[in-house]
Design a binder for this molecule. Structure first.
Ligand code: UTP
Length: 474
């Protein structure tokens, strides 16, 4: 095709939607740059973008829906550690989960496509050296847990790692430089999620990041659904007989990956989607919340939950809508299979953002007010589609320390996450009868022990730690 023909073809797609400005620098572009732009335009669903901008795609009125929100049934912490009946349920769950792990039916799905804009770290968040003593990266810690879990149950556990165009190249290089952190090649499946463009709030016009490139962002963690199928990951799961996927996001090193009890609650309930909740401490906690609305399970984002609903209390003075989502789930693989056949399996969320972009003269425009609409899908929107959704409460200190913010913020900074890791490891050691001198920090590698039980197997009661150290089993 000649450059002219290519230009005509692109115009024919763009003009009906008034987006021909995307080609305004065409004459200045090299053949390679023209191809890049052409590929981006070819992948666009302009009718959808147009409808989203015009407000023609129904957006749920969460303010209204929240008024009908009821707390869902949750497997509460107290039930898991409580009386004999519940103890037997917890034990049965643990046994069922262990059975699935030993049968090789469990995989791990880790999303690492986000841009980590709040953290202000130049590289993908997965590369952040979070280990308080080891300086191990977030990715290394997650992989070490997967390996330790596979070793414990004597069966390979495949890791499906999702990147995005924003993080893919650096992540793949990091993995190669570190020999996959010891994971077998056949047990690591890296796949890349899609992107969505941003449009000007007023005009709906697509924004350019460069003369030959649209401004595009990862399409949200809900992009996992399409990317799993498009990449062949679902096919790989089918081939390996993976029936349950333990899902987590890369920024939280406290996740008890593959926790057998959680898997067991999921499997015993024949659930397609089981999620972890932690109890919100205050109405202002910035966590999405689980809620039943008109009989269906949802997560309502914290920004969508009206204050007066967040503040409601039950007869015991506890928050009524209390169950906060920490983005840890167990999915039945068949749920991902099933929703592939549904055209709009997940809704688009629309956010108003500040997006620097190229102006008509080709110079960078840096807005000071939100100027753009961005579109993202969220994985938790699969909840209303799932059969028998289950929510299981865990203690926050056992599972939730997300790295979100740059130093100086009140919560979710590297320092905050490291304190949580060290506190957890101290609890495990002390429960095993070890003594730590005041101020001593001990970091435990997943290769040394995965949890309190694992620590108790390796530590002598009375063992003392006089100096800060990293306990590794490698
Ligand atoms: P967040 O929405 O917190 O985004 O995603 P983020 O990239 O960590 O940080 P900010 O908001 O830009 O500061 C939560 C998790 O979901 C993954 C991220 O990698 C993160 O682990 N995610 C998010 C994706 O994999 N893809 C996306 O498109 C968005």
């Amino acid at each position: 095709m000649t450059a002219d023909e290519q230009h005509q073809q692109l115009l024919a797609k763009l003009e009906p939607f008034g987006q021909q400005h995307v080609l305004q620098f065409w004459e200045e572009l090299s053949p390679g740059e023209r191809d890049e732009l052409a590929d981006q335009v070819a992948a666009l669903d302009l009718a959808l973008i147009d409808a989203l901008h015009r407000g023609e795609v129904d957006q749920p009125d969460w303010g209204e829906l929240s008024r009908r929100a009821e707390p869902p049934a949750v497997v509460r912490l107290a039930e898991q550690v409580g009386g004999s009946v519940s103890e037997s349920h917890a034990a049965a769950a643990r046994q069922r989960g262990e059975q699935a792990l030993a049968a090789g039916e469990v995989g791990v799905l880790l999303t690492a496509g986000g841009q980590g804009s709040r953290l202000g770290f130049d590289l993908p968040k997965s590369m952040y050296p979070i280990g308080p003593i080891s300086q191990a990266s977030l990715l290394e810690i997650h992989v070490a847990k997967v390996r330790a879990l596979a070793k414990r149950y004597g069966k390979a556990i495949p890791l499906y790692l999702m990147t995005s165009p924003a993080t893919h190249a650096d992540t793949v290089r990091f993995i190669e430089e570190n020999q996959r952190f010891g994971l077998a090649e056949s047990d690591l499946f890296v796949f890349c999620q899609g992107t969505m463009p941003a449009v000007d709030i007023q005009s709906g016009k697509l924004l350019l990041g460069k003369k030959h490139r649209l401004f595009q962002s990862p399409d949200g963690h809900g992009g996992t659904v399409a990317a799993l199928a498009a990449s062949g990951a679902l096919e790989d799961m089918r081939r390996r007989g993976i029936q349950s996927l333990f899902y987590l996001q890369v920024d939280n090193p406290l996740v008890p990956i593959g926790d057998p009890e959680l898997l067991g609650y999921h499997l015993l309930a024949e659930s397609e989607l089981t999620s972890v909740a932690v109890a919100k401490q205050t109405p202002e906690d910035k966590l999405g919340v689980f809620a039943k609305i008109d009989g269906q399970m949802h997560v309502i984002e914290y920004s969508d939950l009206p204050d007066e609903i967040a503040e409601l209390r039950d007869a015991h003075g506890e928050l009524k809508i209390w169950a906060g989502s920490i983005a840890v789930h167990v999915f039945a693989t068949k749920l991902f299979e099933r929703v592939q056949t549904q055209a709009d399996s997940l809704p688009q969320h629309i956010a108003r953002k500040l997006v620097p972009h190229l102006g008509p003269s080709g110079t960078l425009v840096s807005p000071t007010e939100p100027n753009a609409l961005k579109f993202e899908k969220f994985i938790f929107d699969l909840l209303p589609k799932a059969t028998n959704p289950v929510v299981v409460e865990l203690a926050e200190e056992a599972c939730f320390g997300p790295l979100k913010n740059a130093p100086g913020a009140e919560k979710d900074t590297a320092e905050y996450v490291q304190q949580m890791m060290l506190a957890q490891h101290r609890r495990w050691l002390e429960a095993a009868g070890a003594r730590l001198a005041p101020g001593v920090k001990v970091e435990i590698s997943p290769s040394f022990a995965l949890d309190a039980v694992g620590v108790a197997e390796r530590i002598e009661p009375g063992q003392t730690f006089e100096t800060s150290q990293f306990l590794s089993g490698d």
